[in-house]
Structures are given as structure tokens and as C-alpha cells.
Design a protein around this ligand. Structure first.
Ligand SMILES: [Zn+2]
Ligand SMILES: [Zn+2]
Length: 268
């Protein structure tokens, strides 16, 4: 039964797309039918949502959503747990381990946000790109005020992973963010040619070795001298984005690269 769900979801999405071409009464009936077959569920826990609720999360999941706000490291955006008068650079940024110029994430990778991202990425819920991209709009706009951004580049997937998943979650987010901020998206320049094992459970050093040389550039002239916003769903140790930024700057001659992710892991 479970394997039929994505097909059903695709079919209902297709019906909804056509519904607006029908006369009002027929369109209303189609919408009712869609809600009957596939009632809206919470993007975090999967429980049915009240019909009058506008948020994609139920009240319980909204409570465990941890958005990141100041104080945080002005460069990498890691949140500080205590109120400090003058935000200072974190240890990683003082040590100069990042290649990017600035990084921001909307929330902590735990609680309901982690569940939503899992459903989005591994549960085939590509429709979650919309609420997730909406979360990225404000920090994306802020980054574009601090840096001149010529294009958005989503962190690419290896072609084999793309075939397995059916979509690149970062590309779906980039498309929506690009249209919200009116910034073009460059899908073709950054490529992931080398297969890498999932990063889960690896130390920072192992992660760095795992993704080293995984990315390369095609049509480098499209990034030369440009300000780039690199987009991904989650920032963990930052090794994946670090390798992307390294390639964009060293091989491609990108002027500045800022990083934006939906979530990031934060030490408890
Ligand atoms: Zn929920
Ligand atoms: Zn920092």
C-alpha cells in the first residue's frame, strides 16, 4: 500500500494543476475530491491537519521548530547560546577553516525541522520545497543586502543519487528562492562527478577526505568574478559546502561565495 502513495500524490498534484481550467463548480468538486483522497498532513509528524490551518506544521511540531536568531557568529552564523554584547567570531572562523565569505541557516537541524527535511529528501515529498523555500527568503534577502549576488548555485547531487531520489532537493529550493529574490539560478556549472558515501557518522576529518575532489566545474567562465549564493538543505560540519566553495573560487575565480541552508547542526 505504502508504495502507491507517491503515485497517488503525483496523480492528485496533476489533477490540482488542471483544476483551474475547469468551471468553478467542477473545480471546487475536484478540490474536495483531492482533500478527501489526500487530506493535508503535518509536514513534521504526518498527523492530519485541521482544515482551517494555514501552517504546514501541527501545533506540536511548531513548538519544536528552532529558528536561528541573533546572537550568532557574524561569518558562519553558528548561534551562540548566551546573550553577548559584541558578537565575536567563533573558534572555527578565527581558525580560518571556511572558504566561504558568510553562511546563514534558518533553523537548527533537530526537532520538527529535521523531520520535515527527512520527509522532503527521503520521503519523496517534493511539494515541501515551497514552505521550505519560503523560510529561506528572509535570510536570502539579508545575504543579498550584504553581498552582491549574481546567481544561486544549488549543491549538486551525483547523477546516480539523482536517479535514486528523482530530484535534487537543493535545486528545487534554488528555483523557488531564485524566483522570490529575482536572482538567476545556475544549475550547470558545478558538477559532482565522484561518488561519495553518505556523510552520516563520519568525523570532520573523515568528511573532508570523503568529499575531497568530488566537485568540479563546467563552463567556469559563468562563475568568474561573480558573487554566488551556494544553496543546500543542511549544513553539518560544512565540509561539503567547503569543497564546493573551494572549487568555485580556486578553479572558477568566483569573487565571493555565501552559503545558505535551511538547517544546520548545532551542538547542544
Ligand atoms: Zn506535527
Ligand atoms: Zn563562525
Amino acid at each position: 500500500m505504502g508504495s502507491n502513495k507517491p503515485n497517488l500524490r503525483r496523480a492528485t498534484a496533476h489533477i490540482q494543476k488542471w483544476a483551474h481550467r475547469l468551471p468553478d463548480l467542477a473545480a471546487g468538486l475536484v478540490q474536495e475530491l483531492v482533500l478527501f483522497i489526500y487530506p493535508p498532513t503535518c509536514a513534521g509528524c504526518g498527523q492530519p491537519l485541521h482544515s482551517d490551518q494555514s501552517e504546514p506544521l501541527c501545533p506540536d511540531c511548531l513548538r519544536t521548530l528552532e529558528l536561528i536568531s541573533e546572537p550568532y557568529c557574524p561569518v558562519c552564523g553558528v548561534p551562540y547560546s548566551t546573550e553577548i554584547p559584541n558578537p565575536h567570531l567563533c573558534g572555527d572562523c578565527l581558525g580560518g577553516i571556511h572558504y566561504f565569505d558568510r553562511a546563514r541557516s534558518t533553523g537548527c537541524y533537530r526537532g520538527s525541522l529535521r523531520e520535515v527535511l527527512h520527509r522532503f529528501k527521503y520521503g519523496g515529498r517534493s511539494s515541501l520545497a515551497r514552505p521550505l523555500a519560503q523560510m529561506l527568503t528572509a535570510p536570502g534577502k539579508h545575504l543579498s543586502q550584504l553581498h552582491k549576488i549574481d546567481c544561486i548555485i544549488p549543491v549538486p547531487l551525483h547523477p546516480r543519487r539523482l536517479r535514486q531520489r528523482g530530484f535534487n532537493q537543493a535545486s528545487l529550493l534554488a528555483r523557488r528562492l531564485g524566483s522570490a529574490l529575482k536572482i538567476p539560478v545556475n544549475y550547470g556549472s558545478l558538477k559532482r562527478y565522484r561518488w561519495t558515501e553518505p556523510q552520516t557518522g563520519l568525523s570532520r576529518r573523515q568528511r573532508a577526505a570523503n568529499v575531497k575532489g568530488a566537485f568540479s566545474l563546467k563552463a567556469a567562465e559563468r562563475v568568474r568574478g561573480k558573487g554566488i549564493l551556494l544553496l543546500d538543505d543542511v549544513l553539518t560540519t560544512g565540509e561539503t559546502v567547503n569543497q564546493c566553495v573551494r572549487v568555485l573560487k580556486k578553479d572558477g575565480g568566483a569573487k565571493e561565495v555565501v552559503v545558505l541552508t535551511v538547517a544546520r547542526t548545532v551542538a547542544m
